[in-house]
Design a protein around this ligand. Sequence first.
Ligand code: MG
Ligand code: NI
Length: 493
Amino acid sequence: MTTKKKTKKRSSELTKEESMPKELVIEPVTRIEGHGKVTIFLDQNNEVKDARFAVTQFRGFERFVEGRPFTEMPSIVERICGICPVSHSLAASKACDAILGVRIPNPAIKIRRLLNCGEFIQSHALSFFHLSSPDLLLGFDSNPAERNIVGVIKANPEIAKSGIRLRQIGGHIVEWLGKKRVHPAWVVPGGVNEPLSVEHRDMMLKEIPEALEIIQKTLRFFKGIIEDFRNEIRTFGNFPSMFLGLVDANGNWEITDGYLRFIDSRGHIVADMVEPSRYKEFIGEAVEEFSYLKSPYYKPLGYPKGMYRVGPLARLNVCNGFSTPLANREWAEFRDLERGPVLSSFYNHYARLIEILAVIELEEQLLNDPEILDPHIRAHASVNELEGVGCVEAPRGTLFHHYRVSKEGLMQWANMIVATGNNNLAINQSVLQVAQHYVKGDEITEPMINRIEAVIRAYDPCLSCSTHALGKMPLQITLKDCAGRIIKEVVRT
Ligand code: MG
Ligand code: NI
């Protein structure tokens, strides 16, 4: 990452004519997946008045799939996002299971859970080690030319190597199950299309001790430096809100199956054991003209009061605990940070590490279960229901796919609520909080821009997926004065 900042004169030093054209500062930097736009509005005193996070691209995947046979959905939706194809494929398959009206065989349930473990390991490792560790290791104010993965390799080669290795281990699960690392096309309506071989099971088991060691070491390291980020903890999306996540039948942390649980900002459960097929009773989707990304909200509270957060922090806040021992111990320590729910979105980084530990433990349990090798992996049926909802936890939060089909099984209508959408209101509020804290006057500094980007990054948004678009696009940050004139604009490609 090199930072070339073509800083022009500050607007206060410009003549009236000069101040009219917008300033453009290009920095070839991105550590967020996708495309987003941040606009910060100043008042007469150059204090931050408002901030908006918007997604500006729209490819309309929901429309695009109309008319397709529903059985193609799990593989079509893998193209929505290069970052979380497995999550979409799993949510789609579950919506399709509901249309078939079947209960899928146990071995298939377990094998899908195993696949989700792989997705969590690789995605969380990417987020923590590659995208966020430069800030965490080198500091938010460090030289941007070195604040990147190369800088991390220099400063702490062990952390850098750990990240690469963990991503590899997660990737192996996805690859060995789906035969391809990206776009596995292997989860199908009614189950999965190939059983797990003894050989691949043993290869996965062999990597577990190393994975456990890496993540425990990383957790110790992170807990050791967390005190250095008091300011960021205080200002990176630290406010009361509701939280949503899946829990299992005992109320424990769950990512692949389970029920919706909403809690309020004080930790009281307000909706529990909700079948995901009933999501529309609880979630409304507001449309804001400045963004193509909808703003879901908790319906009983209305918009925008019903803001809730999803993702690692939310999942650790809503659950009663973990059903695996190592993660449960870490969770108890994590929840001791505050009396009620842990409110700062900065703690998503911490929560992500605990979740990596949890999925490695879960992976080990699944692989040691002999049923995981059972070849009875798919239920066959034709269309029995004209509507189906599938829901999983993607690494970045709760993901819904909702389909309606004709009697012939052709897609009539689709609605998808992606994790970044669920977090939309909270990301907006977080950006505002950071801007109010760090933007001073009409000066725009690199550490300030970096913190705005970093607070968005704490949610690990995959913006390509939020807009149902393909590929990666840049983040643009614009600072506007009280007259609506652009003072600064930064494009990170
Ligand atoms: Mg939608
Ligand atoms: Ni995605």
